[in-house]
Design a protein around this ligand. Structure first.
Ligand code: PGA
Length: 239
């Protein structure tokens, strides 16, 4: 398993359903990885091992994994298959999976457990919708997501948490810096076991706001969607 303690920050590029071979070739040629940071590229699974090279601080992450271990489940990829391909990280419970693919906290928990058992670090995504935020339910929603999606076996060395307010994803909107820091502190204080977890922020991170967000004392890195598709922009974020 990757030693997370070795890195000062963790940056994850979530390409979602984007990319092709020529995009990958250009991207990896220009990508400038900084050895203080752990950089993870979550490309679509079919491209995961392509052209990445051997940089020891650059890792591949899947965007999803099956909750099943093997069997008659057409179209699925298991945690052991990811391990077989030397994949070290996997997003789980991204809000788009929760919204469009009916992924529940229970599935997120099972997937995370399967990944941990294969020495793959799950990046467990949680976050409230705008409506929940407006009704001041953020704490309650996050608390339920944490209790139900994070397996008991998870700890600060084998799992990551990503706080991604649903209303900030792909919208250009972000919480204030104070709000981000407070929510991250809240997550780390839900239970003593979360105190040392690394908690990443995601939602409209770009080169113009990544430094101030990542510098917050309870933020341990960022999960970047749209802005990670532009390698020049991503290079600034991870620099
Ligand atoms: P965004 O996406 O950076 O485009 O807001 C973040 C994410 O979906 O992880």
């Amino acid at each position: 398993m990757v030693n997370l303690d070795k890195y000062s920050s963790i940056f994850i590029a979530n390409w979602k359903l984007n990319g092709n071979y020529s995009f990958l070739k250009d991207y990896y040629q220009k990508l400038n990885v900084n050895s203080d940071n752990c950089t993870i590229i979550c490309s679509p699974s079919i491209y995961l091992k392509s052209l990445k090279g051997n940089n020891e601080n650059l890792f591949c992450g899947a965007q999803d994994v099956s909750s099943y271990k093997e069997g008659a489940y057409t179209g699925e990829l298991s945690a052991s298959m990811l391990r077989d391909n030397n994949i070290d990280f996997c997003l789980v419970g991204h809000s788009e999976r929760r919204q469009y693919f009916a992924e529940t906290n229970n599935y997120v928990n099972i997937k995370s457990l399967n990944l941990i058992e294969e020495n793959i670090i799950p990046v467990i995504c949680i976050g409230e919708t705008l409506q929940q935020k407006e009704k001041k339910r953020t704490e309650e929603i996050l608390s339920t997501q944490i209790k139900e999606s994070i397996p008991n076996l998870a700890n600060h060395q084998n799992a990551l948490i990503a706080y991604e307010p649903v209303w900030a994803i792909g919208t250009g909107l972000t919480p204030t810096l104070d709000e981000i820091n407070q929510v991250h502190e809240l997550i780390k204080n839900f239970d003593t076991k979360f105190r040392n977890f690394k908690v990443l922020y995601g939602g409209s991170v770009k080169s113009s706001n990544s430094k101030e967000i990542n510098d917050l004392n309870h933020v341990d890195g960022c999960l970047i969607g749209g802005a990670s598709l532009n390698v020049d922009e991503f290079n600034i974020i991870i620099s």
